[in-house]
Write a protein that binds this ligand. Structure first.
Ligand SMILES: [Zn+2]
Length: 228
């Protein structure tokens, strides 16, 4: 991933503006994949999924906020191969940057603030898919502290409730959801259940590197997050 444009977005509730550093997608030699599916880059922080408004305190997904403007923060190779486009983009960068000079960078909410938001959502049928996406994000967001220092971490009761809610929401046969069930059960140190869940995944797909790794972690009875 390379640094993408700086986005100017507005709070869904009070319309106050905030800045967001985005990453362009693509291959990155420094990207690291974790056992819970989170991808982190060694040089760039993961783009935040949730925001907390610094004016009204609203917490919600950034994907639900409107994009007001954006400018390039990194020109890289194309500054050399396309000088005229570089000229116009860098002019735009200067003028947009000035216009939004006083706008603050996005504030990340705490794990519990994210969970409060997710718990407050309606559990109507059409919201189920969104609820799962948000709960998975909240789980990985909470896991970020473990990636830094697993020895001094503990999960709050809210986080454990969230993990059980994911297990409830993924109680079907799709493989890509079953693998998160294995990981969550293992992180909760429910190794027998994790092993049983893993056997269902193996029936669906054999000789898979990720599933082999899970089998080893479960047999070693380790609940730690692992780099793949
Ligand atoms: Zn606001």
């Amino acid at each position: 991933m390379l640094p993408g444009p700086i986005q100017i977005r507005k709070c869904k509730v009070c319309k106050d503006l905030f800045k967001l550093k985005s990453n362009t997608s693509g291959f990155s030699s420094g990207a690291r994949l974790w056992s819970d599916g989170a991808i982190h880059n060694s040089t760039l922080t993961r783009a935040p999924v949730f925001y907390k408004c610094q004016k009204c305190g609203n917490v919600g997904p950034i994907s639900e906020t409107d994009l007001v403007d954006s400018y390039q923060s990194y020109f890289g190779f194309f500054a050399i191969v396309d000088p005229s486009r570089f000229e116009s983009e860098s002019f735009k960068k200067r003028s947009v940057e000035q216009r939004y000079e006083s706008v603050r960078m996005v504030q990340r909410p705490s794990v519990n603030e994210v969970l409060n938001y997710v718990n407050g959502m309606l559990s109507a049928v059409e919201q189920k898919k969104l609820e799962l996406v948000l709960r998975l994000e909240a789980w990985r967001f909470g896991n970020d502290a473990w990636r830094v220092d697993s020895a001094s971490c503990h999960r709050s009761s809210q986080e454990i409730i969230n993990m059980h809610a994911i297990l409830m929401l993924t109680d079907d046969v799709r493989l890509f959801e079953r693998v998160w069930r294995v990981e969550i059960l293992r992180e909760l140190a429910e190794f027998d259940e994790a092993k049983q869940e893993l056997s269902l995944c193996i029936l669906l797909e054999s000789n898979h590197k990720y599933l082999d790794m899970q089998a080893e972690l479960i047999s070693n009875r380790t609940s730690e997050l692992k780099l793949i």
